[in-house]
Every structure is written in structure tokens, then in C-alpha cells.
Design a protein around this ligand. Structure first.
Ligand SMILES: C[S@@+](CC[C@H](N)C(=O)[O-])C[C@H]1O[C@@H](n2cnc3c(N)ncnc32)[C@H](O)[C@@H]1O
Length: 246
């Protein structure tokens, strides 16, 4: 089998394993999980690019929704323990200590009823990221969340993330690039629609152009690398890999 065929097969296994637990929470939650993990390039992109890191054990997922990343971490650990991890993929944490922070009680309930049984038990905190205590972490993941709060609040969250990260810690932050008007407008529209369907109260609105995101992160003490991360979608999403320096 070619290396690409091996990783494609491994991704299909991961996709099935990480989404299967959501069947317990009903058809909507299950199909939402399958669609999100299958169609959003970010999850496989993080793995293929080796951005997670086996040593980053304490994981904080801000705006975690129904906890898909926790399920993925657990499925990745199981595949590695079973010796079914492709040689082309860098290892991810063999045991992750996961905390998810999520504003919407309904999402937290879905997460807990679907993957609350995993070992080690993922911890879900129903709280506003702008005021929630952020635990000491090695990896902070914030995917498509910051645009729900205004620019000052975004900066406040990022400053506290920087403080909570251990030396050598990493933040994986996906944002929309507001300078790409069409892609940003499409993602805002989709987010608003999904937000309404899922019964959310807040609407996502606040964006920055990519150079402004990078400048802000550098000012806060991060070393930043940006990677386009909307392949196969009409969005203008960018993944910012922000490492704590010092
Ligand atoms: C577009 S979803 C992304 C979910 C998840 N990060 C993912 O990629 O699958 C944005 C999530 O951020 C959450 N959120 C929005 N504002 C928040 C806040 N102030 N504190 C915590 N979570 C928030 C929303 O409820 C929603 O679940």
C-alpha cells in the first residue's frame, strides 16, 4: 500500500472511532460530529503536519462545542497503543489530560453524554472564556471561536492563554482572515446559521485581517506561523501556530 493509502485508511478509522460515541447523544449530534470531522480540513491537517506534539499532554480546548477534539485525542491514543499509527504521522499524546471550556450548556451536555466515559475522563467546564479560569496547559486549541467576542475581549483571552501556557507550550488558533472579504463573509454567514440552529444566543461578528492577528500575537509574546486552513471549503480560515517563547 502507498503511504497516502495508509494515511487515508488510518484517517477513516480515526473518523469512525472518534465520532462513534456521539451516537449515544442522538442522530443530530452524531451526524454533526461526522460532518464536522469529515469535512473540516483542520483536524486531519493538525495530524498530517505534526502540530499537536506527543509531549503536550495538558490540553485546553476553548469553545470546545461538543468536545470533538477530546474524542479525536482519545482515538489517536488508542490507535497508537494498538500499533496502528501510520509511520508518516508524528505521535500525539499517549494520554491527554483534556479540559474543554464551552459557553453553551447544551453542547456541554452533549459532550458529557457522548464522551464523558472516556479514560482519562475529559473535563468539560460550562463557562465564558472571557472570565473562566484557564488551567496550566501545554497545548491550547481555539478553533473558530474568538470572533464571537469583541476585539478587546479577544485580546484578553489571548493574554490569559499566554500566561496559562507552560514554557514551550503551543496555541493552535484558527481564525477567519477578515481581509479576504468574500471568504470571511461566507464563514460569518455559515456560523450565524449554525449558531441559530444549535440554539446559541450570541452571534459571531468580530474579525481582524491576518496581519493584525499576527501582530497581536507577537505583541503578546508568541512566535507565530500561519497556515491556510480552509482547503475544500469556501472560507478564508487560517491556522495560527503560536508558540510561547521564553
Ligand atoms: C464554531 S463553534 C467551534 C466549535 C469547536 N471549536 C470546533 O471546532 O468544532 C464555536 C464554539 O465557541 C463557543 N463559544 C462562543 N463564545 C464563547 C465564549 N464566550 N466562551 C466559551 N465558548 C464560546 C460556541 O458556543 C461554539 O460552541
Amino acid at each position: 500500500m502507498s503511504a497516502a493509502a495508509v494515511t487515508d485508511a488510518a484517517w477513516r478509522q480515526l473518523h469512525d472511532a472518534a465520532t462513534a460515541p456521539y451516537q449515544k447523544a442522538g442522530q443530530f449530534t452524531y451526524h454533526f460530529a461526522r460532518g464536522k470531522l469529515g469535512r473540516d480540513p483542520v483536524f486531519r491537517g493538525l495530524i498530517e503536519r505534526g502540530l499537536i506534539g506527543a509531549d503536550r499532554r495538558r490540553v485546553l480546548d476553548i469553545g470546545c462545542g461538543q468536545g470533538l477534539f477530546a474524542s479525536l485525542l482519545s482515538s489517536m491514543a488508542s490507535m497508537q497503543a494498538a500499533g496502528r499509527w501510520p509511520a508518516a504521522w508524528a505521535a500525539t499524546p499517549p494520554v491527554a489530560d483534556y479540559t474543554g471550556i464551552e459557553l453553551m450548556p447544551r453542547d456541554v451536555a452533549r459532550a458529557e453524554s457522548s464522551i464523558g466515559h472516556l479514560q482519562p475522563t475529559p473535563r468539560f467546564v460550562c463557562a465564558d472564556m472571557c472570565s473562566a479560569e484557564l488551567p496550566a496547559s501545554d497545548l491550547v486549541v481555539i478553533l473558530d471561536v474568538l470572533h464571537y467576542v469583541d476585539l478587546d475581549a479577544q485580546e484578553g483571552v489571548l493574554r490569559r492563554v499566554h500566561e496559562s501556557l507552560a514554557p514551550g507550550g503551543r496555541m493552535l488558533l484558527r481564525v477567519g482572515d477578515a481581509s479576504s472579504r468574500r471568504g470571511f463573509a461566507i464563514s460569518q454567514w455559515v456560523d450565524r446559521t449554525v449558531t441559530r440552529i444549535r440554539g446559541h444566543k450570541v452571534s459571531p461578528t468580530w474579525g481582524r485581517a491576518l496581519p493584525d492577528w499576527v501582530a497581536l500575537l507577537q505583541r503578546l509574546g508568541f512566535k507565530v506561523q500561519s497556515i491556510p486552513m480552509s482547503e475544500g471549503t469556501p472560507f478564508a480560515n487560517v491556522l495560527l501556530v503560536a508558540d510561547r517563547t521564553g
